[in-house]
Ligand binder design. Structure first.
Ligand SMILES: Cc1ncc(COP(=O)(O)O)c(C=O)c1O
Length: 371
């Protein structure tokens, strides 16, 4: 099966490990195992339990406590409608693998996480792109969406908040997208890995507002635990059934220890989200001040998530820009071309604060040297 190279993952695989100032990272700065166990207030007891675990396949469909924890992130989700996966990347794949066949029609927002359009394309589906434009604040043009969706559309793929722009669609827009999908009886896959950081700014999960909505989430970004490789999808019973059938061929189960540690995080989610929303707000302010002081750079200020897609006004193609920035200054960003847009860079602003501050200062120097 042929598939397009995954632009952003190829780039990160090549440069991430040795980056001196990594401002490309999308996770809120990861927690250590010790920090996570300490959140539980009974670290010693938890370590004892891990030591005593017999390493079987565990609960094939995920532990009861894990599913209960995931349900607590939604208004109307029941444990039997939660399917654990290998990260959100595994959930997106499983859903597309289970639902999409050659000849199916799919509409995907663009730019976004490439899985959402390249996987259906690789299965032989016809994928139409709904362009999210800088001049529209990276929000969808819903008239355009109406034009792209017809009675044969099987699935609409969205990503909220969006990677790379960090722009979050509010309830009104989501409800309009649901109406368009409903008129075609189409599914909506909503990749929501960046949703839920700040309860005050929360937007609904697709699964809570649409009978054919599928929401994907994970422990990686807002819970700072990418190393657990735990994610999930949740949706209507018939979708879960199809995904379960396909999951037997790809997953068996998730790791028992990862499930166990995820439960600790979900039981202590208020503490993690408090730490993380504070950090994201503070570091977005750092980025925002930097942008305001820099004439050659502009952006749509992110309203959710951990990434920003910044536009620079220099005559350098974005891949060359990002490579030279990395070589000359040790600063890792992601070139816009990994998301199909030149003259943009994706910045992740929720990682290590010192790296963000130093990385942005070096980026400023680089811009000054090249204008
Ligand atoms: C929009 C989006 N979906 C899914 C993923 C994969 O995340 P996970 O670590 O949960 O597999 C990412 C990671 O960058 C992402 O940005």
């Amino acid at each position: 099966m042929k598939i397009a190279p995954f632009g952003v993952e190829e780039w990160m695989n090549k440069y991430e490990v040795d980056a001196e100032y990594n401002i490309a990272e999308t996770c809120v700065e990861s927690l250590t195992v010790k920090e996570l166990l300490n959140l539980s207030g009974e670290a010693e007891q938890k370590i004892k339990e891990i030591k005593g675990m017999k390493l079987t396949y565990g609960d094939i469909m995920g532990s009861k406590d894990f599913k209960k924890g995931v349900c607590s992130l939604y208004e109307n989700v029941r444990p039997e409608n939660v399917l654990p996966s290998h990260g959100a990347i595994g959930a997106n794949f499983l859903l597309l693998y289970s639902l999409i066949e050659a000849g199916d029609k799919v509409v995907s927002v663009f730019p976004t996480y490439q899985q959402l359009y390249s996987i259906p394309e690789s299965f032989g589906a016809e994928v139409k792109r709904l362009e999210l434009k800088y001049e529209d604040g990276f929000l969808p043009d819903l008239d355009k969406l109406k034009e792209l969706v017809d009675q044969d559309t099987k699935l609409i793929a969205i990503n909220n908040p969006n990677n790379p722009s960090g722009v979050m669609m509010e309830r009104e827009i989501l409800e309009e997208i649901v109406e368009i999908a409903r008129s075609a009886d189409a599914y909506i896959l909503s990749d929501e890995v960046y949703r839920g950081l700040d309860p005050e700014k929360d937007v609904p999960a697709l699964v809570d507002i649409y009978e054919k909505g599928i929401s994907v989430g994970s422990m990686s970004k807002i819970f700072s635990l990418a190393g657990l490789r735990m994610g999930w999808l949740t949706g209507p019973a018939e979708v879960i059934e199809k995904c379960q059938l396909h999951r037997d061929y790809t997953t068996i189960s998730n790791g028992m220890i990862a499930d166990y540690l995820s439960v600790i995080a979900l039981e202590n989610k208020d503490k993690i989200l408090k730490r993380n929303s504070k950090k994201v707000n503070e570091q977005l302010a750092v980025l925002d001040n930097w942008i305001r002081a820099e004439d050659l750079v502009e952006y749509v200020k992110p309203s959710g998530g951990t990434t920003a897609f910044i536009h620079y006004k220099l005559d350098i193609p974005s891949e060359e820009f990002a490579k030279r920035l990395y070589k000359e200054k040790g600063v890792l960003t992601v070139p816009g071309t990994a998301f199909g847009r030149d003259k943009f860079l994706r910045i992740g602003f929720a990682g290590n604060k010192n790296e963000l501050v130093d990385g942005l200062a070096l980026l400023k120097e680089f811009i000054a040297e090249n204008k």
